[in-house]
Design a protein around this ligand. Structure first.
Ligand code: KG4
Ligand code: ZN
Length: 339
């Protein structure tokens, strides 16, 4: 049995996992950094310093959980971008040291490929497929020919969908991160209460824009508040439900377009926003009606995690694609096909 270690430290989650193609995830732990909530967003220096403290003990615990020594592994995968440079450097330096000390092959993994291949953890992905990657930093539609071959169909011109959730959450005074808070608030609200814009609806392309929605919500909240401070709970719920509906609606419109354009019979959702129940329901219904079977990873593999990185490492290393110790981090950059 071949076992692969995955390390993920691109933002504010420290995560290690061991994956094998035969057994799936053998051991997996994530330490989420809670200190950022009081600042209303991720503070890069706190994130990298916390990774420094957390990564070594977390790695040791995961290896203990798996009952493994380094010599029992077949390779190491680590996210080397995109992400926060300080955070990425902690994971990459650690992975390089492990690889140097043990002689194990090393593979740098693009964070977005990790999110896509979260759909391959519990069994092979059915391809060709369309994958919608929706996270705090990314909103992109890919045609996946097979793991390792990706065609970008379109992406966002400004904010990512998760970023829109987070910024709207902040406007509404809801706890950070905004995504789960808005989903919770929206359950008590009327999604038809306010008609927020669906930008790029008629662009004819698989592209997105969410910055106008955030502004429309801010203006609506200012109008509803008038001279008072804050909104009544019922109105917060209505704004949350209407904003969530606008985000989900435009994601569905463009996803249906991508499926019709490619003729793909399979559609996967990936990234932190895939945790949203309303998104999953609407996608199942509308993309399903367009002829593609829709699925998403278990929630624990939707938000940032090393299980997806370990699974991606297995794909790279078993195909012979590895990196040397000169491997560096990159803060931004498109996903490039390698297979
Ligand atoms: O993939 P992820 O953990 O990190 C990035 O790579 O960005 O995604 C985090 C994003 C945040 O913007 C968060 O608000 C959003 O995923 N998110 C959600 C939900 N859970 C997390 N958005 C909407 N509904 C949710 N239930
Ligand atoms: Zn992510």
């Amino acid at each position: 049995m071949s076992l692969y270690l995955g390390i993920e430290t691109s933002c504010d989650d420290t995560s290690c996992a061991v994956y094998s193609p035969e057994k799936g995830i053998v051991a997996y732990r994530t330490a989420s950094q809670l200190d950022h909530a009081k600042y209303g967003g991720v503070v890069p220096e706190i994130a990298s310093r916390t990774h420094m403290k957390t990564l070594l003990p977390l790695f040791e615990t995961v290896m203990e959980d798996a009952g493994l020594e380094l010599s029992g592994l077949a390779g190491i995968g680590v996210t080397n971008g995109p992400g926060l440079t300080g955070s990425l450097l902690v994971g990459l330096s650690f992975a390089k040291a492990l690889s140097f000390g043990s002689g194990l092959p090393l593979a740098g993994i693009h964070h977005i490929e990790g999110h896509i291949l979260a759909n391959a953890i519990d069994g092979p992905m059915e391809t060709p497929a369309v994958v919608l990657v929706v996270s705090g930093g990314h909103t992109q539609l890919f045609e996946v020919e097979r793991p390792g071959r990706y065609n970008l169909l379109g992406g966002t011109h400004d904010d990512a969908a998760g970023e829109a959730f987070d910024k709207i959450g902040k406007i509404l005074g809801l706890p950070y991160p905004g995504g789960p808070s808005i989903e919770k608030a929206a359950r008590e609200g009327d999604a038809a209460a306010f008609d927020f814009p669906r930008a790029m609806r008629t662009s004819g392309e698989c592209d997105f824009s969410f910055s106008g929605l955030k502004t429309a919500v801010r203006l609506k909240v200012e109008e509803l508040e008038g001279d008072s401070r804050g909104l009544p709970g019922g109105t917060v719920a209505d704004v949350a439900a209407s904003a969530q509906e606008a985000i989900v609606d435009i994601l569905a419109i463009k996803s249906v377009m991508a499926v019709e354009r490619t003729g793909a019979a399979r559609f996967y959702i990936a990234g932190g926003v895939a945790a949203n129940g309303r998104l999953r329901d609407v996608m199942s219904e509308r993309v399903g009606a367009a002829g593609a079977k829709v699925s998403w990873p278990p929630i624990r593999y939707c938000t940032d995690n090393a299980a997806m990185i370990a699974c991606a490492a297995c794909h790279h290393i078993s195909a012979g694609r590895t990196d040397g110790l000169e491997l560096n981090t990159f803060p931004r950059g498109e996903l490039i096909s390698w297979a």
